[in-house]
Design a protein around this ligand. Structure first.
Ligand SMILES: [Zn+2]
Length: 189
């Protein structure tokens, strides 16, 4: 076998592996529980529940709210609030870097999303915690957004629904996050 023939099969192999990689990313999803390969479109139709083992997969806060509200009725509020790093906190990483990473990972500005819309034609305010943003932890922005969601529902005399998925107070904001507890308590009294 000359050098040319030796090269040809290896190129064919490379092309085969490239063909596998050329399948659009994310078409197939592996179930975290039974490891079955699931077609993403089927999984979305089944609201992210595995049709092999009935495992409920984690969904984003935004997706949850989109599924919850009647189509085309929801509007987001207070998404302009963004966490800062007043304490210049640093553990194994800087808090500022953790915020940047969480924004990139979740695509959200912070760990709580507030929307107003209709469910079966009933108007209400709903908020949902985004666990992919620092474990859904409550810093000053989450606390402020929750209080504003409560006020929005009171002003409009409509119900408030909250989907919780939170690890608790955000330690990187220390007492500033603990202060949110008192603020939330006062707003709901
Ligand atoms: Zn499964």
């Amino acid at each position: 076998m000359n050098w040319f023939k030796k090269i040809v099969p290896s190129r064919i192999k490379t092309k085969k592996s490239q063909r596998v990689k050329s399948v659009p990313e994310g078409v197939w999803v592996t179930c975290e529980s039974c490891k079955a390969q699931l077609y993403r479109a089927d999984l979305e139709r089944n609201l992210h529940v595995c049709n092999k083992c009935n495992h409920h997969m984690r969904i984003s806060a935004r997706y949850r709210l989109t599924q919850f509200f009647d189509e085309g009725t929801s509007r987001e509020y207070f998404n302009n609030l963004i966490s800062t790093d007043p304490l210049k906190f640093k553990d194994t990483k800087k808090y500022r870097d953790r915020l940047t990473e969480s924004k990139r990972k979740s695509g959200e500005n912070d760990a709580l999303i507030v929307m107003q819309g209709e469910v079966k034609e009933i108007r209400l305010v709903a908020c949902a915690f985004e666990f992919n943003f620092l474990g859904g932890s409550m810093g000053s922005v989450v606390g402020e957004k929750f209080v504003r969601a409560v006020n929005l529902s009171i002003e409009n005399k409509i119900p408030l629904v909250c989907f919780t998925a939170s690890g608790g107070a955000r330690m990187q904001e220390a007492f500033l996050s603990l202060m949110q507890l008192a603020k939330n308590y006062l707003s709901t009294c």
